[in-house]
Design a protein around this ligand. Sequence first.
Ligand code: GAF
Length: 391
Amino acid sequence: MTTSPRSTADSFAARYNRAPDGVWQGPGRVNLIGEHTDYNDGFVLPFAIDRTTAVAVAARDDRTVRVSSDFADAVATVSLDDLDDPQLAAGTLSGWSAYPFGVVWALRHFGADLASAPGFDAHVASDVPTGAGLSSSAALMCAIAVALNDEWQLGFDAQTLARVGQLAENKAVGAPTGIMDESASLFGRRDAAVFLDCRSLDSEVIDLGLEQSGLEILVMNTRVDHAHATGGYAARRASCEKGARLMGVASLRDIDSDDLPRAERELDDETFRRVRHIITENQRVLDTVRTLRTDGPGAIGALVNASHLSMRDDFEISVPELDLAVETAQANGAVGARMTGGGFGGAAVALISSDRVGQTTDAVTHAFADAGFREPECFTVHPADGAGRAL
Ligand code: GAF
């Protein structure tokens, strides 16, 4: 099922009996390399994908905010006046509407003066699969953020909107995520990746040249559900903070491979392996950017494969389904394959020659059936433009 700006406008009109002022969209993302490095002030290399969340919005003449969607029956309603509590009033936000309402709250936190702003009606539609590790939440946050930035003429730049989305995810949804996903969704460019320094927030668009190289990105969604508001993600973040504290640095960005022997001496084995993943992963991002520039995407396979092993063995965020997808893609001639996103489920991606997509999809599907796993969902994605007005 694909989402179009026009069909989202039509759904809005059916729901609210009037036309929207406009339709905005925010894409999901695939991270090419650089996992769990964002909240360690490190480097990431994601790209926005051609799967998006669209939001149709129209202003109201009162202070009411109403949001509806293709994926939930009820219309959620709140007053703008209830979204100005600096701590977020308990119980104000729950369910999926915590995302759009959280963005309103976070815009205010970043200085938007909404004292006399009009409320709005919004309708959301999306073809970013949820729970697949493709950042359906950032897609939604960014679609809403760019829409309200235009609708209320707030004048925030994309970097600030990324921070707005992240804050909403951290505080309104309760997921202690970094800045990568919103940055990818906002800064993405067609056939390119976003090289982001998560400390300075400087970003650079890096051409991928997939088409010229005859390569595709195959997403292999394991359909193993994961949630970043609970469990392993927060635990990994805590381990990294512990590692930095014990190493006497502000963040793991401040140490590099020369510090590994000291880290091994001073840290317990588990914390050491978490730290080693971050240090080596940061280096792999830098090496990938350099290799893309000099030799193109066909030459980054070893780095992509090494990233997966580091996540499997050192950071321990893979699951058997992700490992099987990666190994099967590699056995079928992928240039490289790795799990993408926060881990504990979701999707793996393979960089693969266009003429091997069908064969690899069949091989992964059969391997999952043989292993007794749920049927995976395999599809190609293409690096696409970032969030903005679509209609
Ligand atoms: C999730 C988070 F939202 C990101 O901030 C990032 O930490 C990622 O997991 C792991 O690289 O997508």
